[in-house]
Design a protein around this ligand. Structure first.
Ligand code: 48F
Length: 259
């Protein structure tokens, strides 16, 4: 049987530290920072990276994928309404036709394919990293985000005086889902007024999300469920075509601004 290389502990540690530091140093200045690694954020990041842009996704959890792993009520089947199957085909995600215009896929399969596609396209990630604030300069344009390690926020204040750090980008995308955390920071400063997402109305929700996906403030684009929260649009529950296509649209808008 072939033996493992005689690599020691210090070599393992150095490989991790060196590679992490090199990547972080590089992505302190990106074309686009996306806050939130759910379906809309991953889709936006994937398409921007495929277009050759430098994309950094900030995700507070250890895992990527947000709500895309499971469908409703802890059942791991996800649905997509037509025309969202275009993205499923593009990503090679198998699905069944549940009824006319409604497709159903396995959550883990769909989510892992989307994550893999974002990675293959060149997106880099800061996971276990929480968005804390925005960098606003001059007339209030967004220039980047302030981040910290997620575990720092879980510790009592008296034992953690850990300042966050800031990273810069030409465009920031809020893909934080129902909480619209990035847009809410503008609201805290009186720069915008969010409405909170509305009651469920699946026939209307996804079309409205597509209509409203866009730049909400100079330098900040909003995508996915964060669009519903920002503009008071109906929620749609465990159906994901609108998230994938909203991410696609966010990438198109960002690309126009980056070129
Ligand atoms: O919630 P999430 O999946 O958002 P989405 O892409 O998709 C929404 C659907 O999953 C579903 C739905 C319609 O199908 O109603 O809910 O709009 O993913 C949001 C991601 O953002 C991360 C969070 O952990 C999740 O992975 N996130 C949220 N707040 C922060 C954050 C934060 N402050 N810092 C970093 N990441």
């Amino acid at each position: 049987m072939e033996k493992f290389s005689p690599v020691g502990e210090k070599d393992v540690t150095r490989a991790i530290v060196a590679e992490f530091a090199k990547q972080f140093d590089d992505y302190v200045e990106s074309d686009c920072i996306i806050v939130g690694g759910g379906p809309s954020g991953l889709m936006a990041g994937r398409n921007l990276a495929r277009a050759g842009k430098k994309v950094f996704i900030v995700e507070r959890n250890n895992y990527l994928g947000g709500g895309f792993w499971i469908g409703g009520y802890l059942m791991n089947k996800v649905t997509v309404r037509h025309p969202g199957e275009r993205v499923l085909d593009e990503l090679g995600i198998p699905y069944k036709v549940a009824s006319k215009g409604l497709l159903v896929a396995d959550g883990p399969h769909a989510c892992s394919k989307l994550i893999a596609s974002a990675c293959d396209s060149g997106v880099k990630f800061a996971n276990m990293t929480i968005f804390e604030d925005l960098v606003l300069k001059g007339d209030g344009r967004v220039f980047g985000v302030v981040i910290n390690w997620t575990p720092v926020t879980a510790l009592p204040r008296e034992i953690t005086c850990v300042d966050p750090v800031a990273i810069e980008a030409t465009i920031v995308i809020d893909a934080t889902g129902h909480d619209a955390q990035v847009v809410k920071k503008l609201e805290e400063r009186g720069l915008i007024k969010t409405k909170g997402f509305g009651a469920m109305w699946v026939e209307r929700s996804e079309d409205l999300i597509m209509e409203h996906t866009g730049e909400v403030h100079p330098g900040l684009i909003v995508t996915g469920m964060a669009v519903s929260t920002t503009y008071g649009l109906p929620r749609m529950g465990p159906t994901f075509g609108g998230m994938l296509l909203s991410g696609e649209k966010a990438a198109e808008i960002a690309l126009e601004k980056l070129t």
